[in-house]
Design a protein around this ligand. Structure first.
Ligand SMILES: Cc1cc2nc3c(=O)[nH]c(=O)nc-3n(C[C@H](O)[C@H](O)[C@H](O)COP(=O)(O)OP(=O)(O)OC[C@H]3O[C@@H](n4cnc5c(N)ncnc54)[C@H](O)[C@@H]3O)c2cc1C
Length: 293
């Protein structure tokens, strides 16, 4: 299938790109094109103008600032996959990115595109929620920051204006020695997850001192299981503790679609969040679902 007709724009600077969005009617930004191109070809979106971010300078980088990783919006998923800095500082992102599509899609797909497409099961969206990330946005009145919990405005809809561009994401990293696990259930390797779970744990003196649990693909955006986090904090990690706490996920108001019913998503959320916690805590090394074949 071919995309509908549109006018193509090729800005070289962020100011030029923001300026174009301010003057053009019905414009769409193009990043890696891994979601936008299929949506154009299937006529889910019909823009009159496409503004290509690929030649805009300064949007692709990974750097460490005070206690945070800052990743430019146009950084390719494949560059994140091979970044030693990401692997060391944000092992959850490293694990999660290995589940995104295929190397061909990761070669083109960007972190900014993934966040803005905001698929409920997108791995990088879950990681942003798990780490309480901050999204940096540029618009006609300058730069602003959005706490990730306020970034999803609805299904596939980020809380940015039509004339704004996401420029970077800042991910506060957890102290060295923290434990991270990302797991998901999908029908085939490379497919979007039906449900995913991300767990971050700090364990001090045999007890959990800090926890972050995120389930993706269940609601319209990845959801922090704050009740689970509270129930396990201060406790000794055990499979029984995690099993009981994660039962809370069966009460999430879940989506239903052609791939899975709401009941099944709730079930997967309870099982996968428990497994992610067990894996992070080192309790799952011999679990059948965690064995390498
Ligand atoms: C076969 C296949 C399998 C895939 N599997 C997965 C998967 O398992 N998990 C997963 O998460 N994704 C998956 N994807 C999608 C892929 O990760 C995309 O890279 C991602 O969803 C969008 O990133 P992109 O850079 O390609 O953005 P694009 O497709 O170019 O853009 C996506 C949307 O974001 C907007 N946008 C892009 N950049 C910005 C910006 N800086 N500021 C504001 N708006 C912006 C665009 O206008 C568009 O609406 C898959 C894709 C394919 C083709």
């Amino acid at each position: 299938m071919k995309p509908p007709p549109f006018q193509y724009h090729d800005p070289k600077t962020l100011a030029e790109a923001v300026g174009l969005l301010g003057t053009l009617d019905n414009a769409k930004l193009l990043a890696g094109g891994q979601s936008l191109m299929p949506m154009l070809n299937m006529r889910f979106v019909l823009p009159d103008h496409v503004v290509d971010l690929n030649r805009v300078a300064g949007l692709s980088y990974i750097k460490e600032t005070a206690g945070e990783l800052e990743i430019g919006a146009m950084t390719r998923q494949r560059d994140i996959e091979f970044s030693d800095l990401v692997k060391a500082r944000c092992p959850l992102m490293h694990q999660a990115i290995m589940h995104i599509g295929h190397r061909q899609t990761r070669n083109r797909g960007t972190i900014g595109g993934s966040l803005c497409h905001l698929d409920p099961a997108a791995e990088l969206v879950s990681v942003a929620a798990a780490h309480d990330a901050t999204v940096m946005v540029a618009g006609p009145s300058g730069q602003r920051e959005i706490a990730f919990k306020d970034f999803p405005a609805g299904y596939l809809t980020p809380a940015i204006e039509l004339n704004e561009i996401v420029t970077a994401i800042r991910v506060p990293f957890w102290p060295a020695g923290h434990k991270a696990a990302f797991i998901e259930f999908s029908r085939r390797h490379g497919d979007f997850a039906i449900v995913s779970a991300a767990a971050l744990l700090m364990i001090d003196g045999g007890k959990i001192s800090r926890a972050s649990v995120t389930v993706g693909g269940v609601a319209v955006a990845p959801l922090r299981a704050t009740e689970v986090e509270q129930a396990i904090t201060g406790q000794e990690p055990s499979s029984e503790l995690f099993r009981k706490a994660c039962e809370w996920c069966r009460g999430i108001e879940a989506m239903a679609d052609i791939h899975a019913s709401a009941d099944y998503r709730q079930h997967l959320a309870a099982v996968l969040s428990r497994r992610a916690l067990e894996k992070a805590a080192g309790l799952a090394d011999n679990a059948p679902w965690n064995r390498k074949h």
